[in-house]
Design a protein around this ligand. Structure first.
Ligand SMILES: Nc1ncnc2c1ncn2[C@@H]1O[C@H](COP(=O)(O)OP(=O)(O)OP(=O)(O)O)[C@@H](O)[C@H]1O
Length: 622
């Protein structure tokens, strides 16, 4: 059962339930680590128990050694053999202890790396399966921020559980030894644990609540730092003299959280001091008890030395237990977002019982489609109806924000329709196998990815199963218009692109776009969608790319979005969108004759070109 953030903030109201949940988390984590490597887990357990028995053995040897040395001092050299053999034994125990510690360190490191791999893999897989619509909300990014780096807490938790076990075994053996001398000694050291435990658990709780509250501001400070250091923003920041403005904003946010953190640290430091002072008083009382026992003649020299040594060891062990118990509590709280994240709903594969049609016959039908973004009241798409025939080339045009990209994302099944449906050959896309649906559509977004990989991989990722087919990559590069420039690169298709990694060659935005277009050609799917991927190309290059797409996508259904209406003239049909609705539909000539929205936009654009032409003739542009 998962604990949500609100529940966690209600401290004091439901503590028992929270501690029960902590135990559940521990159990869950132990089971996960057990599933990762049971052998390593058992080895760690054995090593910790062995380590736990060393201090009692050492204390007993110290007791013997001091008594033997006292005897040697009193009676002379015939008594030398006993202390020498005890000393030798003690050295051997030290050696064994060092060996066990070294093994434990290595085994734990191995377990740590394997656990981190396991969780990072789970997080990566989960992230790739979360429906895109969830990623449109800031809640997702707050959540993701909270879990980043927290997978390491899982192994910390295991380490802490085992250390507590080790210390408990050690303490019991030591307490037995102390109680054998006097019961008051054992009682005194037991008193040390309680305040330390309370303070550490309370502070852990406060730190967790602070982390939850501070996440949004913390993310903003991170974002501002990224803006200040990123290559993508460097140009604009310098040109607009924005650095000081952003540094000031970052500084304010940093200190907002910084002061809150410092306040908590101050509270923690005061509490720790109070606990330490109490510890000193208890230790002092126990030491007085020892001296009193000495005065009564109930303590040998060896027992006195051993007891003071025991006192330090026990005190350290108790402090360690208190600290680790609090750490476990804190780690389990921090693991809560991790487990919640791993339980987020994934893209729905249920009910997707249909395969993608082998051959599309009836085309794509959008029926009464409406769509709202999460937490928004306004419909971004409203009652959209389109029928796209198999092999038809459709252009979608409209002003910024009219809903073109959102419509495409609905068509791809990336956003679920709020109302209405989308059918391919009469099959609702919500019922088509998701992998097949994606495999049959090539889509090129306006914000396509500039992969910092080789030129060959940049094209190859369009279709991973055909990535090794160099001939096919070559042809895709040719179609996308990048072949000549790739040939000119020093290492040809093997050249690393982008400036992020060593030896990388940066491309112009237009060249990156052509790489992305080649990738789309390489994918070779029956439905092709281009969401304004040619914006960085000059008008001639854009027209050429669209014409080439038209020719090369013969027999395929193609949908493309462009703001340059000249590029859409050759489309079979142009769909005009305005404020989330389809307001006009027809070919170029029909829409021009209609004298409506398309005509208005076309006139505005052509006027611009005509004016430019006139200006050039009259020398205004020189
Ligand atoms: N993640 C989001 N959350 C809320 N609203 C959004 C989100 N993304 C887009 N919108 C809104 O949806 C509307 C349609 O956006 P969309 O990106 O589909 O328009 P578009 O026609 O493709 O615009 P452009 O031509 O500028 O690319 C806009 O009003 C936009 O503000």
């Amino acid at each position: 059962m998962m604990l949500n953030d609100k529940e966690l903030q209600s401290t004091g109201t439901d503590k028992i339930r929270k501690y029960k949940l902590t135990l559940q988390y521990i159990k869950r984590m132990l089971l996960i680590v057990w599933s990762i490597d049971p052998f390593l887990l058992c080895t760690t357990l054995l090593l910790r128990i062995s380590q736990a028995l060393i201090p009692v053995l050492q204390t007993w040897l110290t007791l013997q050694l001091v008594n033997q040395i006292t005897l040697l001092l009193e009676k002379g050299s015939p008594y030398i053999l006993n202390p020498l053999s005890t000393l030798l034994l003690q050295l051997l125990v030290f050696m064994a202890s060092a060996g066990i510690k070294a093994c434990d360190r290595y085994v734990l490191s191995k377990l740590r790396i394997r656990t981190q791999y396991h969780f990072d893999q789970l997080i990566a897989e989960k992230s790739s399966k979360i429906p895109l619509i969830h990623m449109e909300s800031s809640d997702y990014y707050d959540h993701f921020y909270r879990i980043s780096g927290n997978s390491v807490r899982v192994i910390n938790l295991i380490d802490n559980v085992f250390s507590i076990l080790q210390n408990t075994v050690m303490l019991f053996s030591m307490l037995i030894l102390m109680a054998a001398v006097h019961w008051g000694l054992a009682l005194g050291v037991l008193l040390l644990i309680i305040p330390s435990l309370i303070v550490n658990i309370t502070m852990g709780n406060l730190r967790y609540r602070q982390m939850l509250e501070q996440t949004p501001v913390e993310r903003k400070t991170g974002y501002l730092l990224d803006l200040l250091s990123s290559r993508l923003t460097a140009k604009e920041l310098r040109s607009f003299n924005l650095s000081k403005y952003f540094i000031d904003r970052w500084s304010k946010l940093f200190w907002k959280n910084g002061y809150e953190k410092l306040y908590l640290e101050k509270k923690t430091s005061v509490s720790v001091f109070v606990v330490d002072a109490f510890g000193i008083l208890v230790t002092g009382t126990v030491m007085i008890l020892l001296i009193w026992l000495g005065a009564l003649g109930k303590l040998t020299m060896g027992a006195y030395v051993a007891m003071t040594q025991t006192l330090t060891t026990v005190q350290r062990g108790l402090e360690d237990i208190a600290f680790r118990m609090a750490a476990i509590y804190e780690d389990s709280l921090f693991s809560n977002p991790l487990f919640t994240f791993l339980e987020l709903p994934e893209e729905d594969h249920d009910g997707r019982v249909f395969s993608f049609p082998n051959q599309i016959l009836k085309g794509i039908q959008v029926r009464n489609l409406s769509f709202k973004y999460p937490k928004q009241n306004v419909k971004v798409l409203e009652d959209v109806n389109i029928h796209i025939n198999q092999g038809e080339k459709i252009a979608i045009v409209g002003e910024n924000g009219s809903g073109k990209t959102t419509l495409i994302k609905c068509l791809l099944g990336l956003y679920p329709a709020t109302e209405g449906e989308i059918l391919i050959d009469d099959i609702d896309i919500r019922q088509i196998n998701l992998t097949e649906l994606r495999n049959h559509i090539t889509v090129l977004y306006q914000d396509f990815v500039q992969y910092q990989f080789s030129a060959e991989e940049n094209i190859g990722v369009g279709r991973v199963d055909k990535m090794m087919d160099k001939e096919m990559i070559f042809r895709a590069a040719e179609k996308g218009g990048v072949l000549d420039f790739i040939k000119d690169l020093k290492l040809g298709f093997d050249t690393q692109l982008g400036p992020y990694f060593s030896g990388g060659v940066e491309l112009s935005l237009g060249q990156w776009q052509k790489m992305a277009i080649s990738r789309a050609f390489f994918r070779d799917a029956p439905i092709v969608i281009l969401d304004e991927p040619t914006a960085a190309l000059d008008p001639l290059a854009e027209a050429a790319i669209f014409d080439q797409f038209m020719t090369l996508s013969k027999g395929k259904t193609a949908i493309f979005i462009s703001h340059r209406l000249g590029s859409c003239r050759n489309a079979d049909r142009i769909i005009v969108m305005k404020e989330g609705k389809i307001v006009e539909s027809g070919n170029h000539n029909e829409l021009i004759h209609l004298q409506g929205e398309y005509h208005r936009m076309f006139q505005a654009q052509s006027k611009w070109y005509v004016q430019e032409e006139k200006a050039e003739f009259s020398g205004e542009f020189r």
